[in-house]
Write a protein that binds this ligand. Sequence first.
Ligand code: ADP
Length: 587
Amino acid sequence: MRVLVINCGSSSVKYRVIDVGSGEALTSGAIERIGEGGTTHASAVAAILQDTAAFEPAAVGHRVVHGGERFHDATLIDDDVIDAIEACFPLAPLHNPANLAGIRIAREALPTLPHVAVFDTAFHVRMPRRAKHYAIDLELANRLGIRRYGFHGPSHAYVAGLAADFLQTDVSNLRLITLHLGNGASACAIELGSSIETSMGLTPLEGLVMGTRCGDLDAGAVLELVRQLGVDETDHLLNRQSGLAGLSGLGNDLRDIEAQAAEGNDRARLAITVYAHAVRRYIGAYAAVMGGVDAIVLTGGIGQNSVQMRRRILQQLDFLGLRLDEDRNQDAEVSAATPVVDISADRALVRALVVATNEELMTARQTARVVGGGTDVRSPGPVPIAISGRHAHLDRASMDALFGAGSELTVYRYLSQPGQFAARQTVSLIGPRGRIDKVRVLGPLRQAPQVEISRTDEFELGVDAPVRASGKTQGSAPITLEGPAGNLHLKEGLICAWRHIHMTTRDAEAYGVENGDQVEVAITGGDRDLTFGDVLIRVKDSYLLEMHIDTDEANAAELSQGDSSGDLLYSSPDVAVSASLRRKRAR
Ligand code: ADP
């Protein structure tokens, strides 16, 4: 399949037509200086469509920087998706408006082709909550969506894949630190194939020193700058006049800065050392976060090309097991034909790899996958695990009875499955033997009420709940609920949730399973390996790949999420331990 990839930025539009099967670029180009001399996004995209029509692309892949909470994967664009991208404008004011302008124009011009949005943030969606949260007021942060999202996802994922191929293993066996060092720059800790931490945060301003962006900065310094300069000027300063450009006073091109440093320019030298220092700090931090590292991957214009910067970054890391080979570093040249070069010494325990990134190819592959013609069906890897605490689903009538007529659920926290949320509201469960308070209600409202508890909870309540798939409540156990507006006795609806895996049709194809199948799942990599039998496969295209077990099951495998007080629900997976599907059984 041929995919036209469009990266519509604020001042330039880059494009490429890629044959996904061969990975070859059939044509490519860039239109710069948008906004000057009558060049608009519309005229740029029109010119691109003219240049690429002869290659007859079957789909269009659009880079979109910020997908917010909503987008976990590349997504077919419709009007609803456009609204959601627009809703992320405040999170990426430099990028999303331009990205969306490109989408609108291209959709109008090519209405018969499928258009797909590929998000920078999607790769990082599974970061554990300890990495996602900033230590600020939790409720406020949740309300305003202020958390770490991470960027450069396609690049980090792409180079991690190439590194794994080069090391002749699966990415799910590796702990990688990927360093995308271009004009924008970010570091990513990739464990078992998943991003578990990355240096860019709410916006692409945090983390490493960049061409013109400041990277990490004391929030107190930001406040002081805002006091002195105002918001807009501070924004401009930190995004456009900082980083290498701000430190060196020589612009953002490292080649110029290195040339001046060689001439003795002290600001140029300062810029280089501050830059390398920041990268080294992240290497140390991420090695600690993962409890070790197998390979460090350098990519982006600087990572791929600057011998000197690579040396500064990777020097004296012997304590980590990394030893740079000076000659290999000097000679390293990556290209489409040789996309990976090892620059570490033979005996080094940690490999240092220079890898040519190709965000456009990754975008094309993901686009092809979404529209169904791709070769990049996800290879079955480990399945992330989420632990469900006890919880209740309500319908309209039970909501009225427990919280008052016409009352509505309010969002406490969005859950990993799209559209699902933990509500602020809680209820008490009352059984013949005892009660359990503060049981979280999950939204949105459903057709029928359903309460899910663990085996341990059964003893506390004195009830006997059958193991059931969600929604199969007919003939299940009775339970009394207590809410602020009154009690409600359910004749049925109490179940022990059948452990299950949510997945999309494509995941199901990749794993060779179908909706309703039961599989065995081996939990490995933790303190106590364990195999769960009778795990139910649930397939729906809106699902996010995730295995759900209850707190008892998690305890058995020592998959602790800390709190099992019932206030904790579907907590984001700590991917330190993952499950792999073992074999298919008859239905
Ligand atoms: P973008 O993030 O815009 O895609 P790139 O990945 O192309 O940017 O990286 C651009 C950066 O790479 C620039 O700072 C440029 O100076 C740097 N760069 C490119 N080639 C070299 C080189 N040979 N030596 C040092 N820096 C280089």
